[in-house]
Ligand binder design. Structure first.
Ligand SMILES: [Zn+2]
Ligand SMILES: [Zn+2]
Length: 285
C-alpha cells in the first residue's frame, strides 16, 4: 500500500451520504479515512431544478472542495467532492447517461486532481403522465422502489408542490394524487431522483470512480515520487492492421505527474498493437 496518505483524513462535503461509496476504496488503497462534512451542497444546484447549477460540473466540483476547505480552515489538508450530470450520451444520443466527476485537492502538497467517467449504467428518465397505470409502468422501468422518484404537477409554474425521495408505493400514490389536484393540464411530472443516497446505481458509479481516484493517488511519480501519477491524455493514430494508415483509434497513453513536469508515453494499456480494418478510414471509408 502507498504510504502517501496513510492515516490521512480526507473531508468530503456532502448532504447525500456519499462516503458510503467513497470511503471503502480510499481505505483499501491508501489507508486513509474519509470523513463526511455536512454542507448544504444544494445551494450550488439541484437535479430537480429548484436551484440552477452555476458553471459546469467540473467547476462545481472544484467549488464544493474549495468551499469546504475555506469553511474548515488551514488544518484540513485534503478534500474530495463529487458532481454528477445526467443527459443524453455524448456518442449515442438515445441512451441516457451519467457523467460523474470526483475532484480532489491536496493542500499539503499543493495540487488538484480529478477523474471523470461517463456510463450508461443509469435509470435516468422523466415523463409527463396522465394515469396511475402509466406511473406504475414508469416506476417499474426506473427500478422503483430501490431507486426513488420525484413527482410534481406537470406544469412547472404550479404551486410549489414537489415530492422528492419517494420510495414507497403509499408515498407514490399520495404524491400522484396531490400533484394531479393542482396540475393545470391534469398531468403529473415524474422523474428519477438522482441524489446518490436515493439512487443505488449512481452510488455504485461513484464507487467505481472513487476506486480509480484512490488507485491513482496510490501511484507515485517515478521521478519525484509525489502521489497521483497516471494517464493525463491519449494520442490517437493506431495504425491499421492491413494498410498501415493511422486511424482514429488510440495509439498511446501519456502518463504524467501532478507535481512535476515528468511524463512517459506508453502503448495502449490493453496491448492492442494494430487497429482492426473496420476502424480504418482508408480500408473502410
Ligand atoms: Zn486500412
Ligand atoms: Zn513528479
Amino acid at each position: 500500500m502507498s504510504q502517501a496518505y496513510q492515516g490521512a483524513c480526507i473531508i468530503i462535503p456532502t448532504k447525500h451520504a456519499k462516503s458510503i461509496a467513497i470511503a471503502p476504496p480510499f481505505w483499501n488503497h491508501l489507508g486513509a479515512s474519509v470523513l463526511e462534512y455536512y454542507v448544504d451542497t444544494d445551494t450550488l444546484g439541484t437535479f430537480s431544478g429548484e436551484v440552477e447549477r452555476k458553471g459546469n460540473a467540473l467547476e462545481c466540483a472544484r467549488c464544493k472542495c474549495e468551499w469546504a476547505l475555506d469553511l474548515l480552515g488551514d488544518k484540513v489538508e485534503y478534500c474530495i467532492a463529487s458532481e454528477g450530470s445526467f443527459g443524453p450520451h455524448p456518442h449515442f444520443p438515445f441512451l441516457p447517461c451519467d457523467q460523474e466527476i470526483l475532484y480532489f485537492i491536496d493542500r499539503k502538497r499543493g495540487f488538484h486532481l480529478h477523474v471523470a467517467h461517463v456510463t450508461e449504467k443509469t435509470n435516468y428518465q422523466m415523463s409527463g403522465l396522465e394515469s396511475w397505470e402509466q406511473l406504475q409502468q414508469f416506476a417499474e422501468s426506473a427500478q422503483f422502489p430501490s431507486h426513488a422518484l420525484i413527482v410534481r404537477p406537470n406544469s412547472r409554474e404550479d404551486s410549489g408542490v414537489l415530492f422528492k425521495g419517494i420510495n414507497t408505493t403509499t408515498a407514490l400514490e399520495e404524491a400522484f394524487k396531490e400533484s394531479r389536484k393542482v396540475s393545470t393540464d391534469g398531468k403529473v411530472w415524474v422523474e428519477t431522483d438522482m441524489r446518490a443516497q436515493f439512487n443505488p446505481s449512481r452510488m455504485a458509479v461513484i464507487g467505481e470512480l472513487a476506486n480509480k481516484l484512490a488507485q491513482r493517488l496510490a501511484a507515485p511519480c517515478p521521478k519525484c515520487i509525489a502521489p497521483g501519477w497516471g494517464c493525463m491524455k491519449v494520442e490517437k493514430g493506431l495504425h491499421c492492421e492491413y494498410c498501415d494508415q493511422a486511424t482514429e483509434m488510440i495509439a498511446h497513453e501519456i502518463y504524467g505527474c501532478v507535481s512535476c513536469d515528468h511524463t512517459e508515453t506508453t502503448p495502449r494499456a490493453d496491448g492492442l498493437k494494430a487497429a482492426p480494418q473496420m476502424h480504418c478510414g482508408c480500408c473502410n471509408p
